[in-house]
Design a protein around this ligand. Structure first.
Ligand code: CDP
Ligand code: CDP
Length: 226
């Protein structure tokens, strides 16, 4: 039987993590786990219910009573929050601008890491986020750190919004991305940092297909390694 490995993909906002992780998982017939969607889902619930996102204890209680399910079907991911489809809602700008505050709380991270490890423990998984290589799956056989300049990342998100028909302002997007990167890299608990043994890929001048091909080649080397 072919060996199944775990692949950790980390990096800053809009570096292409989820797009690439999803395709890599499909090509290898692995499970894809979007950990950002889990932080987004609990943030959405807190905002809907009026929970103070600065109050760690209340948020933790909220999360303990929350189920988050990620379902992949023919290349599409659906996010269920307490059984309700919130795939679209968790991408709105209110959630985007508050999620890094929620994700900075130690108790929230501990619970999320526990859930993510459970999801990834059988291997054959591609997981993307900010602390996958450092914290969630520190023993994963392949760790990738995706990067791109902030201008390119903002332009990519802008293009994506325009294509989807969503309102979008390039300058504002760039500000939001920079603020989220700052929050994610400067927080005390599990900040966004490249794992020592992660392979860095700057995607600024690479197409999605090129990034995918690079990661698949790295994965195959590890799968075939005796
Ligand atoms: O896709 P995008 O880069 O916009 O972000 P995401 O992956 O959906 O993650 C949203 C936010 O969740 C991040 O900005 C982090 O604050 C947080 N997050 C985290 O702290 N740890 C993770 N493993 C994944 C996401
Ligand atoms: O998950 P993360 O926030 O890191 O980024 P994403 O949502 O996967 O990618 C952001 C946007 O960049 C998407 O519209 C991708 O299609 C695009 N992208 C790209 O144009 N070229 C790449 N090499 C990677 C992603």
């Amino acid at each position: 039987m072919t060996k199944k490995i775990s692949i950790a993909i980390d990096g800053p906002a809009a570096a292409g993590k989820s797009t690439v992780a999803k395709i890599v998982a499909e090509k290898l017939s692995y499970i894809y786990i979007d950990t950002g969607a889990m932080y987004r889902a609990v943030t959405y619930k807190a905002l809907m219910e009026g929970t103070d996102i600065h109050d760690e204890e209340s948020l933790f209680r909220l999360l303990k009573g929350t189920t988050i399910d990620l379902v992949q079907e023919s290349g599409l991911q659906t996010v269920f929050l307490d059984g309700k489809d919130v795939t679209k809602e968790i991408r709105n700008s209110n959630v985007t601008n508050n999620v890094s505050t929620v994700a900075a709380h130690g108790a929230i991270r501990e619970e999320m890491v526990h859930r993510q490890r459970e999801l990834g423990k059988r291997g054959g998984v591609v997981m993307d986020g900010r602390d996958i290589g450092t914290k969630v799956l520190p023993d994963s056989e392949l760790k990738v750190f995706l990067l791109a300049s902030v201008d390119i990342r903002a332009e990519r998100r802008h293009k994506e919004n325009v294509e989807k028909g969503y309102p979008s302002d390039l300058a504002q997007l760039k500000e939001e991305i920079m603020l989220r990167d700052k929050n994610d890299t400067e927080r005390e608990v599990s900040p966004l940092v490249k794992a020592e043994d992660a392979i860095e890929i700057d995607t600024s001048t690479l197409s999605i297909e090129e990034v995918v091909a690079h990661i698949i080649a790295l994965a195959k080397e590890r799968i075939e390694r005796p």
